[in-house]
Design a protein around this ligand. Structure first.
Ligand code: 2NL
Length: 375
């Protein structure tokens, strides 16, 4: 039989184990439970006192008290483990009980969009591909010969001034138009040639209506018997595909060193259909009580001039002409055998016209609110 002292220690151990069990029931987090466990079993824990008393017992009492201590520790560990397991179980249960509607549509990933200048370039390429033209590109850094001399533009021409063209090391320049692509193509092989050359070109301009780099597209057709009528028919087809069927074309006499004769190309304004007068407003008609009032209101409203063509009925889209004989001579083509036409346009202008953009800078500022509209 254990002594009275030993019995008291055993009773205290059992009491402590029971006390922990009741404290444990009120705890809801792993952190609190671990803290409670330390409060009983830790270095300075509540079981420390009876364990010290165990050391002071006579040897005969120690096995029984030791056993009781192990039972108490075991009971505490079991209770803590069970409480933690119950907590985990409850968390899992709550997780599984969550209702998920797997039929909800997913949030879409944000998709990129093509730049409006890319859209316009591709659209124009498609129109010319449909006529049997090929798309050709070339380098931005060019020789003065490819960019100017071969194009009947002599050294004293103002376009060759330092003020107008970017000069880079090694006597080369940044191309000021895509014409050197056509020169390269003609140098590389015999006629016929049917190409469009899209790409960026560079001029020393930078203001509200000019950027130092801008995209351009030129068209060149060379064969035997090519006439000004072919130029006109091709550009008319292009305008009608790009802006709308039935729209007309106007060619105004002009001058380029590389073409003779030369012409500015105007398309009939697609917004007012060439009338110069603003179309009927989209808003509701002002209320009128009688037909007399209605017609007098109509008479009082002045005809507004079209905001796109400023009332002229025409919009400028580029320049054109019959290839100058000196250009053919420069590339080794015989101007007595072949003839050809060329046509050039700025792609930013085409994009502004097509999409109703009134500020050129919008194309170069990478503002997603602007670019995201072109889908
Ligand atoms: C414009 C005017 C033009 C050409 C470009 C050309 C090219 C060769 C031979 C002859 Cl290889 N001409 N190109 C001809 C006339 C006008 O562009 O206003 N561009 C934006």
């Amino acid at each position: 039989m254990p002594s009275a002292d030993a019995s008291a220690i055993i009773a205290e151990l059992e009491r402590l184990a029971g006390e922990l069990a009741s404290e444990l029931a009120g705890l809801a987090t792993e952190q609190e439970i671990r803290a409670l466990q330390a409060k009983y079993l830790g270095k300075k824990g509540r079981l420390g006192e009876p364990m010290k008393a165990l050391g002071r017992l006579p040897p005969g009492d120690r096995p029984a008290v030791g056993e009781a201590a192990n039972r108490a520790k075991g009971a505490i560990e079991t209770a803590v483990g069970a409480r933690l397991a119950a907590l985990e179980e409850a968390a899992l249960g709550a997780d599984l009980a969550r209702v998920l509607d797997v039929t909800l549509p997913a949030r879409g990933a944000p998709l990129g969009t093509l730049h409006p200048l890319t859209l316009v370039r591709r659209e124009i390429e498609e129109i010319f591909l449909g006529l049997g033209f090929e798309v050709r590109t070339g380098p931005w850094i060019e020789t003065e010969w490819n960019n100017f001399d071969a194009l009947n533009t002599p050294a004293d021409h103002p376009a060759r001034d330092m003020q107008d063209t970017f000069f880079v090391e090694g006597g080369r320049i940044l191309r000021s138009h895509t014409s050197p692509v056509q020169i390269r193509t003609m140098l590389a092989g015999p006629p016929p040639v049917r190409i469009v050359a899209p790409g960026n070109v560079f001029r020393r301009d930078d203001d509200a209506t000019h950027t130092p780099m801008f995209p351009q597209m030129e068209c060149l057709l060379v064969d035997e018997g090519v006439s000004f009528a072919d130029l006109k028919g091709t550009i008319l087809h292009f305008i009608q595909r790009f802006f709308g069927p039935k729209l007309g074309l106007r060619l105004r006499p002009s001058y380029f060193p590389f073409t003779e004769p030369s012409a500015e190309v105007d398309a009939a304004c697609y917004l007012c259909e060439g009338t110069g007068i603003s179309g009927p407003s989209k808003g509701p008609e002002p209320p009128a009580t009688s037909s007399a009032e209605r017609s007098s209101a109509a008479l009082a409203r002045p005809a507004r001039s079209c905001k796109l063509c400023k009332g002229s009925g025409w919009i400028e889209i580029g320049g054109s002409g019959m290839v100058h004989p000196n250009v053919f001579k420069a590339v080794g083509y015989d101007p007595k055998v072949v003839s050809g036409f060329a046509f050039g346009m700025g792609l930013s202008r085409m994009a502004m016209l097509k999409y109703g953009v009134d500020d050129l800078r919008a194309f170069y500022e990478n503002d997603q609110r602007f670019l995201g509209q072109f889908r």
